[in-house]
Ligand binder design. Structure first.
Ligand SMILES: [Zn+2]
Length: 105
């Protein structure tokens, strides 16, 4: 295992103190098809709406073509997604995110 792998393991171990206070979304870049995992911190990334729900507007950049995507998500008071919109890419389910990229033979 290389040093990057070890570092990311440390990261996981440190943040894994019981319940994760973040919301995870997965997106795919429209241009280069890179998949990006985005961690939304409930305290820093998400704003309270007047009607009791939550709202986030997040700029996301993939690590391949560095094109900026903008995601806007509306949550209810239990952090369930009410509506989501993204420019420059599309949302993935966790299963789609985990799936290996198609193999070109
Ligand atoms: Zn891209």
């Amino acid at each position: 295992m290389g040093i990057l792998g070890r570092l990311s393991q440390l990261f996981v171990a440190r943040s894994g103190s019981g319940s994760d206070d973040a919301i995870h979304i997965y997106v795919e870049c429209e241009r280069c098809k890179s998949k990006v995992h985005v961690r939304l911190d409930r305290r820093h990334d998400i704003s309270l709406r007047e009607d009791g729900g939550y709202y986030v507007r997040k700029e996301i950049m993939d690590s391949k073509c560095f094109r900026l995507m903008t995601a806007e998500i509306v949550f209810d008071s239990a952090y369930r997604i009410q509506s989501q919109e993204i420019h420059g890419g599309r949302f993935l389910t966790p299963a789609e995110f985990e799936a290996p990229p198609p193999v070109h033979t």
